[in-house]
Every structure is written in C-alpha cells, then in structure tokens.
Design a protein around this ligand. Structure first.
Ligand code: COA
Length: 727
C-alpha cells in the first residue's frame, strides 16, 4: 500500500515503524506542522492509508474524513489523553476514575499496573475515540530501576506499536478486499507480479475509504497473546502537567520520588523547587544505601551526594534519589527552551552549588564507586562499569557505558577512556580474549553531547574538546587494544547515531540486536564527522556505499546495516534474551575450545586491506579534525551551530526534509544538506554577506548563560512540545 506518515517528529518509534512497513509497502513522511501542511500532504501523496506514529496535534477532519487515518496511541483500548505513559508510571492503576481526585487525594498506587498497551485506532473528531484496528500489550513494573518514560517508549511501547500497526494494516487490507466498494481508483497488482518498487509514488492502487468496519474483537484481544487487556480499567485522562508530579521529600519515600521523576523523563521533566528555584528535574535512580538520616546531619531534600555530573537528594526513608539533569523554566522573555543539562553544571550556573569540585563540598557524603569499575552493590547511579567474565582460557571484559540519551560529553568520554585504559592495563598480568563495548540498553551511543555543547560558554571550543575526547575513545579501540592483540566487539543493544555508529564500526566485530536502528550520517546536524569514520565506513562498506550512507541521512535497521557492512551479525530478541544471545555469540567466538568458524572469520575482516598503523590513524584523525574545525569555526559553522541549537532547544522544523517526504520531491529537488554547496565555506560566507546586506541577523550559537531575549529574538519561538512548556 501507499502509506503516508503524519508525525510531530520522525523519532525512534516512527523510524522503526517506517523501516518495518517499508518491507511491504511504500511509505512517505510529513511532519504535522499545520493543518494546511497535513491536508496538502494527503493531496500530494494520495495515500491508501495514513498512519500517525507520533502525533501531538489533531488530525484535521479534511484528512480523516477522506482517508483511513490510524493513530498509534501509547495506551490500551479505552485509555485516552495526551499523557498516557506519564499516568502509568506515576502510579495510576485505573481504580480511581476521577483524575482530579487521584492527584489531590494522593490515591496513586505504589505498585501500579501489571500490563500496559498500545492501540492503533482510527482518527475521528473525538481524541483517541475511533474504532480500534489492533492493540498489543506488554508486562510493566513501574518500580523497575531506571525505567523512565522515554525508556519505556523506546522499548516495549515501540515494539507493541510495530506489532499492532502491522496487524492493523493487514486487517485493513483484508477488510478492503472483502468489501471492494471501499476501494477507489486503479486495481491492485495481481499476487504473482514481480517484486514491486517500494519507492514512494503517488500513482497506483486506489485509496481506501474511511467507512470500513473494524471487528469488535480487535479492541478485545491483543495481537501477540490474543488475550484481553490485563492491566486494569482504562479512562480518559487529561494532560499531566510537569508541576502535578512535584514531590515532598519530607513526606514521599524514595520510590515515590523516583516514580514522579521517571514519569516525566524525558519530557517535560518533573517541575520542582527542591533546589530553591523551580526547575525541571530528570533522572530518578534510587540510591539504595542509607543516606539522608538526620543522624548523618541531612534533612530530606538536601543534596547528600554528588557523582560525576549528578546529585543525590535525601528522602524521608533514609534513602536518596539521583537527579542527573535539570532544565530551567522558559519564561515569556525566553524565545526558546533552555537546554537540558547535567545537574551539576546546571546547579552551579544557578548558584545552587558552588563552583568547586565535589570532593571539596563539605555537605556531601562522597561515596565512591568500586575502584575496579565493577557494578556497584547496593544500587546507585553508575554510568560506566565492567563485567569481567573469567573462565576457560582467559577473560572477556564487557564494558557498559549507559549515558543519558546515548550522548557522550567530554567528561564522560574521558572517564570511559580511563576505564578502557584500566581494562587494558590488566593485560599485563593476564591475557584478555576480547573487550566488548556494551553501550547502554536504550542507546549504544549517539556521539558527542550536543546539549552540553549548546550550554557551554563557548560551544565551538566545547565541540572541539568533545570531538577530541570521543576520538580518544575510538583510538583505544582502533589502536591501543589492537596493539596488544586484544580484539574489540561492539554489542548494539540499543539505537545509535553518527559518532556512536563510528565508535561501533571501529571494532573488529559488530553485533546488533534485530530491533536496533542506526543513523550513520552526521550531515543532518551539519557536521563532517570524525571518530575515524573516514577509515571504518569505507573499510567496512566500500567507498561508494560509505559515501552514500553518509549522504543519504536516512535510518537503517540492523539487517540493512549488515547488508551495508556496518554490522557483522544480527542477533534475535531484546532485553535479557538479547543480552544472553550476545554473550553466547561472543563466547562462541572468543572463549570456546571450538570457535564458530564463520563467526570467527568476520573478526577484523574489514581491517585486512587497510593501513591502520599509528601514522595512518594520526593522518586520518588530522584530516577529519581539519574538517570539523571548519564546522566549528569557519563561515560553514553556521550549519552546525544553527542545527544544534534547533535540535537541543526542540525548535519546530519549518518543513519536512525531502528525503523523508518523497511525495513532495520532484525531479532535481534537494534539501539544503543534500547539496554540494552545503560543504562549501565560500557558499556560506556569501550567504552570510547577502544576509548582512538584506539586514537579516546572522545565526549565533548561544550558550546557556547567553540566552536572553535581546540575543535570541531572531529565533522563532515555536518549539516541539508546546503543550508541556506553555510560555
Ligand atoms: N547529544 C545530546 N542529546 C542527544 C543526542 C546527542 N548527540 N542525540 C540524541 N539526543 C537526545 C535528544 O535530544 C532527545 O532528548 P530528549 O529526550 O531530552 O528530548 C533524546 O536524545 C532522544 O532523541 P530523539 O531525536 O528524540 O529520538 P530518537 O531516539 O529518535 O533519536 C536520532 C534519533 C539519533 C537520529 C537523533 O536524536 C539525532 O540525530 N541525534 C544526534 C546525533 C548526532 O548528530 N550526534 C552528534 C555527532 S557525533
């Protein structure tokens, strides 16, 4: 079928769904920027079906009255409203129908529901009230350590959305076949016709009219288990505002505070004045060791600990909760959102913390993590740890780096380099069979930390420090471990982008979970890219394929990345099943008496025809950094500084990129970032000169401290999450 996506952003869920549907259908994407844009997109695309995988706006009646339009709602049948996952995680178990009473009387459950779901329903005038074409469900534990709203969204919600949407599309196709009067236009292809061209074209089979009837059983039995919804009663719930999940550490225990924060992470954040000024808070990992008792000199709500860039606040049950990030409130004077920044730098900037390093702060306990990088017990906030598995002939070092949103700041990269250096140093005593980069379970890595850069007083300089620091991580992989004969493996359990893909590609072996999505290009953010990708991408994929992946700026699923060469093996499953499959694969290759021959042959294969000597690596690094320095400081830097600012501050785009919106692309039409001129310093210099004569203010990179109305009044004030940040 010809399918049109209408979405607020082409995010991880819509990318995953796009890739899944594209196997059998042709799909084109339109950002839901306005009613007019959505109506126009439908007229241009002439879709047989419209799917809205992630939509915060209403679909105009002109659209849903003329096309079958499916909304992917992150809640089970009967649930409705814009904050479905927020209500789930904050402890709404469905027993209280009145949302107001639920909050005012604090009737939220400490245990929550056992299951949650995703429904694919047809758009009608009333929100989330159309007929259900499919739903799926999954078990959930709202007290699971580290389970934030966005982690839930990227994991079980995305999986359920894909299974339910695939089922809904198949059901609509077969319903339209049964009732051909609902089909209009040209007939569809016979079943034995050759494999169709999946590129989107507005020509072909006729549309399906919205009058099709869905079977009532679609709302009663979930797609995967064919069971009724097991998670309790569902209701229409209103928007859960950031301030409605505020907590009182003198009254709420650590588990409650954690749920309230996690229910709002990553948007909008839990609005709280626990640090003095009102701030959006993020994180929510519980500190299990006894912490905030008055006998230690701590009142609940005090900062009891600082680790790396996170702070721990004590709670009334003598435990604590880690806040990893904060965001300042947007006032009427601010033309865009403040960046979400690591808690310590955000609190120092506001004067809540003094600008001295944590060991010198008298008020903190200063508990440290195990010196050998092993996983801490009891549970606490820990971004990097090593699971050293000893057995058979030697050892395997599984290195985890679970960075928020997969973003790797200068400080985080330097800590990871220290950790890898310590792992390497152990080879002086005992051989190491392999080092396995595990990344995080939500993201493997998304490259340099654009938020920290955006908030820096000098974003260009911070970009430079950050790219050098991440290059040092990749250098450990490509040079230091290789020099000691230790093979390196990347185990992609979560998505990765840009420098994160390059970090993986530098390893001897890349294993990926079947559900992982990779975005190998840097260009969409206006960067040439570094991380030795100029060696690893062509080495793995060949020159032409590497160049086209960098130019295409489109997502790949794990299988697509394997066909291209960026991934060596794709493994089934997710979560603990995937972890077990990855470990078993690694052991069969590196720690078995009879290693798997084919799997072993893939190790380091891409390096065989390449010069990866120290001078060759130094040369590649210098050449990449020369380009990056132009991205940070030359006239061309406008492309990166502007795109980074828009990305971090969640600015609403002005148009859908043509590489996604095939229905808008006519012969010869290219996005700015698809053109050769996008690389030309002279082109940008001339553009800037033209702007000056036309009296258009140049784009400037603004640090966190510099965000004032006066300096940013040229920036459009529209941002993506208007319902959350209303000013
Ligand atoms: N630095 C800081 N934050 C990053 C990040 C980075 N490199 N990459 C992703 N994030 C954050 C997003 O800002 C978002 O934050 P939020 O949850 O606070 O809103 C979160 O990660 C999820 O990203 P989002 O884009 O909403 O969803 P996604 O999972 O669909 O990600 C990507 C898709 C990876 C394609 C997109 O995030 C991206 O282009 N990232 C930038 C990659 C990059 O260019 N890195 C720098 C060059 S090395």
């Amino acid at each position: 079928m010809r399918i049109l996506f209408l979405c607020t952003a082409h995010n991880s869920l819509s990318q995953k769904l796009f890739l899944a549907l594209s196997e059998n259908h042709s799909v084109t994407v339109e950002y839901a920027l306005s009613d007019e844009a959505m109506i126009e997109a439908a007229a241009l695309a002439k879709p047989q079906l419209i799917v809205c995988p992630f939509l915060t706006a209403r679909v105009p009646s002109d659209v849903y009255e003329n096309y079958v339009t499916l909304i992917v709602h992150p809640g089970p049948p009967g649930d409705a409203g814009p904050s479905a996952l927020d209500w789930l995680l904050v402890g709404d178990d469905g027993t209280e129908p009145d949302a107001d009473r639920l909050l005012r009387r604090d009737l939220l459950s400490a245990v929550g529901r056992s299951h949650w779901g995703v429904t694919v329903l047809q758009a009608i005038g009333e929100l989330d009230a159309g007929q259900v074409w499919a739903f799926d469900q999954f078990p959930v534990d709202i007290n699971e350590a580290g389970l934030t709203k966005s982690k839930l969204y990227r994991g079980p919600v995305t999986r359920a959305a894909v299974s339910a949407t695939l089922a809904a599309v198949a059901r609509i196709e077969s319903a339209a076949k049964v009732d051909p009067s609902e089909l209009s236009g040209a007939p569809r292809s016979p079943p034995d016709s050759p494999a169709p061209d999946r590129r989107f074209s507005a020509e072909g089979g006729g549309g399906i009219r919205p009058g099709l009837r869905a079977s009532e059983s679609f709302a009663e039995l979930s797609v995967t288990s064919a069971e009724p919804f097991r998670g309790g009663d569902t209701h229409v719930r209103p928007l859960l505002k950031a301030g409605e999940r505020d907590f009182d550490p003198t009254r709420h225990d650590a588990a409650t505070v954690s749920r309230r924060i996690r229910s709002a992470d990553s948007q909008p954040g839990c609005l709280s004045a626990v640090f003095g000024p009102k701030l959006y808070l993020y994180g929510g990992t519980i500190e299990d060791s006894v912490t905030a008792s008055p006998s230690h000199g701590f009142a609940p709500g005090c900062i009891t600990d600082i680790r790396d860039e996170a702070v721990c606040i004590g709670t009334c049950d003598d435990r604590g909760v880690w806040i990893t990030h904060v965001r300042r409130l947007k006032t009427k004077a601010d033309s865009s959102l403040w960046p979400k920044v690591p808690a310590v730098s955000g609190l120092v900037e506001l004067g809540v913390l003094p600008p001295v390093s944590p060991p010198h702060l008298p008020m903190v306990l200063g508990r440290s993590l195990p010196e050998d990088w092993s996983r801490s017990v009891p549970g606490t906030f820990q971004e990097i740890w090593v699971d050293m598995v000893v057995g058979g002939s030697g050892r395997l070092a599984y290195v985890y780096f679970d960075f928020y949103n997969g973003a790797m700041s200068t400080a985080q990269c330097r800590r990871l380099v220290r950790c890898l250096g310590d792992v390497l140093a152990t080879t002086e005593q005992r051989p190491l069979d392999a080092v396995i980069l595990m990344g995080g379970d939500s993201y493997f890595s998304n490259g340099i930390h654009l938020n920290v850069i955006e908030a820096a007083s000098d974003p260009s300089l911070e970009s430079w420090y950050n790219i050098n620091a991440i290059n040092d991580v990749v250098d450990m992989v490509l040079d230091k471990f290789a020099a000691r004969g230790v093979p390196t493996v990347a185990a992609l359990r979560g998505n990765c982008a840009a420098g994160g893909v390059a970090l993986a590609a530098a390893c001897d072996l890349v294993l990926a979970g079947e559900q992982v999505v990779l975005n190998p290009a840097y260009r969409a953010l206006g960067l040439f890219g570094s991380e030795f990708h100029s060696l690893s991408y062509p080495g793995r994929c060949g020159d032409a394929a590497a160049a086209s992946a960098l130019r295409a700026m489109t997502p790949l699923n794990a299988d697509g990345a394997r066909r291209l060469g960026l991934v060596d093996h794709v493994l089934p499953g997710f979560g603990s099943a995937l972890d077990a499959a990855l470990r078993s694969h690694v052991e069969s290759v590196f720690a078995s008496d009879r290693p798997h021959v084919e799997a072993t042959a893939a190790v380091g294969r891409w390096k065989r025809r390449l010069d990866l000597s120290a001078p060759a690596l130094a040369r590649a690094r210098a050449e990449e950094l020369a380009q990056m320095s132009m991205d940070f400081w030359s006239a061309r830097s406008e492309r990166y500084h502007g795109r980074r600012r828009d990305f971090v501050r969640k600015m609403k785009p002005t148009a859908t990129p043509l590489r996604f919106a095939s229905h808008r692309r006519a012969e010869g039409m290219l996005d700015e970032e698809e053109r050769d001129s996008f690389d030309s310093i002279q082109w940008f210099a001339e553009k800037s000169a033209r702007s000056a004569t036309e009296d258009v203010p140049p784009q400037t990179a603004t640090g966190m401290a510099a965000l004032s109305l006066a300096e940013t009044n040229h920036v459009a004030s529209r941002h993506l999450f208007g319902c959350y940040y209303p000013c």
